[in-house]
Design a protein around this ligand. Sequence first.
Ligand SMILES: NC(=O)c1ccc[n+]([C@@H]2O[C@H](COP(=O)([O-])OP(=O)(O)OC[C@H]3O[C@@H](n4cnc5c(N)ncnc54)[C@H](OP(=O)(O)O)[C@@H]3O)[C@@H](O)[C@H]2O)c1
Length: 398
Amino acid sequence: MRSRTFKKGNRNEANTSPHDRRDFLKNVTFLGTAAFVPAVFTQSCKDQKMESSGESENKAAVISQRRILGKGTAAMEVSALGFGVMGMNYHRGIHPDKKAMIKLAHQAVERGVTIFDTAETYGPFTNEELAGEALSGYKDRIAITTKFGFNYAGNRINEMPAGLNSRPERIREMVEASLKRLRIDVIELLYQHRLDPDVPIEDVAGTVKDLITEGKVKRFGLCEVGAETIRRAHSVQPVTAIQSEYHLMWRSVEEEILPVCEELGIGFVPYSPINRGFLTGAINEYTRFDSGNDNRNILPRFTPEAIRANLRIVEELNRFGRTRGMTIAQVALGWLLQKAPYIVPIPGTTKLSHLEENLRTADFSLAKQEWDELEMAVAAIPVTGDRYPASEQRKVEK
Ligand SMILES: NC(=O)c1ccc[n+]([C@@H]2O[C@H](COP(=O)([O-])OP(=O)(O)OC[C@H]3O[C@@H](n4cnc5c(N)ncnc54)[C@H](OP(=O)(O)O)[C@@H]3O)[C@@H](O)[C@H]2O)c1
């Protein structure tokens, strides 16, 4: 059990006084001490030749580090960085054609990535279909993780945006349809995407437990839930991973969620780990997001005013990386990786160059003190804009 106590409540950085922030930072230092395992991060990922990609003359980035999500029967060994499939055809604007995305997914497998994340609601359905077409041929080498939780009862788009539905019959229906779309026999890790206030978490965990017994699912995960929900779910079916937003501009999981993960031996998968492309330097106030297929259009942190203000944070990462030969994206991902050995970020991309840049994050080995300095410098900059509009914020537990 943790001996330290953590402040409760919404940690909107913009509304946090410098005093609160100092206390908060003091309180969370255990993550950097107890959980910091230099061996994991210092084991350098060497460049290797990629014969299979037809690039035998070029050296490709390969991620060889592995991490464990969960423990006991719920444990799962995966590459230290995963791949978020969502943006390959959903929510991240204009994307290359399907053939190019399938090739990129193959290149990620060749480069050592073993965990690929999708969800029923991405599309809906089309992102799982893409993941299935691209990756089912590698099912013995990699894991495709997916999520239920929205109201596609009858496997139909019943309402837009889809409401929540985690009733046992809906979970079962989703699993059958997902297995077909993903072209696999068993789902390696199945997450609840958003908590359904009408269905007790014990019923959800019990349904997934039954699906595990039936051999349709191997492991259970939850997204954006509070500590108490994690404990209740875990007591019914051991949880492998919590997947919630986490990066240098959104750290609320440090208050209660990461301590619970550490206590119970649950892995943590930060989604949007480079804040939807913002923590890379590729976005500025003049960036325009595709109105039809990019949810950054409705996110308060992606208005031109918020972007202009928050670029101070990107500049801090840039300053930190410049003297160490790291790009801004590598600084953002490296900070997450060093936080704890059970953390596996899942950045998404549509570009091989970005995939390789992201994977090369594992090549860098920095002292904890350096990361602490970065963290303090970034924490001193107020974040402008909420992470979600009210409609989305209502769906997350904390
Ligand atoms: N559980 C949940 O509720 C939830 C919510 C959101 C997302 N997710 C999962 O998390 C995954 C990743 O999240 P995300 O796509 O929202 O955010 P992200 O991974 O933080 O950012 C993706 C964006 O960053 C850009 N990018 C990636 N690497 C880059 C680099 N090195 N330099 C410059 N730009 C770079 C990508 O554009 P390019 O294509 O140009 O590289 C893309 O637009 C998703 O695929 C999904 O699986 C889960």
